[in-house]
Write a protein that binds this ligand. Structure first.
Ligand SMILES: [Mg+2]
Length: 122
């Protein structure tokens, strides 16, 4: 199962091209960026109205249009996610966060920043 693949099936059915070239420039990229903004606003409004059902719906819509944005920009989302996940998990040592005396979570020796450039192959 892949959220991006699901959205790509939708885009193909809707005659929206799936981009393989990494680029932010284009009408489809602008369209999906606007849709992300729209869905975020709807979700925020549902949150402010304490409407759990509409928040859940809004969150799924946001993931949907974010996947659409990725496929419009030539981004393989799973590769980026895996890099970000690995970076976040590198903050833990033996499954535990290292905290200073004030309780702040520190970045241990094992921590590494996500290398997005590398995973995008640029
Ligand atoms: Mg919506």
């Amino acid at each position: 199962m892949s959220y991006q693949k699901d959205v790509e099936n939708f885009m193909t059915a809707g005659e929206q091209p799936l981009k393989t070239e990494l680029s932010l420039k284009g009408n489809q990229q602008t369209l999906y960026m606007n849709l992300i903004t729209e869905e975020y606003k709807e979700t925020l409004e549902a949150f402010e109205n304490n409407d759990l059902i509409e928040v859940a719906d809004g969150l799924a819509d946001m993931v949907w249009v974010i996947m659409g944005m990725c496929s419009s920009c030539g981004i393989d989302f799973n590769k980026v996610w895996e890099e970000v996940r690995a970076s976040n998990m590198s903050k833990f040592v033996d499954g535990k966060a290292i905290k200073n005396e004030a309780g702040k979570i520190m970045k241990p020796e094992t921590y590494f920043k996500p290398n997005i450039k590398k995973v995008l192959g640029i």
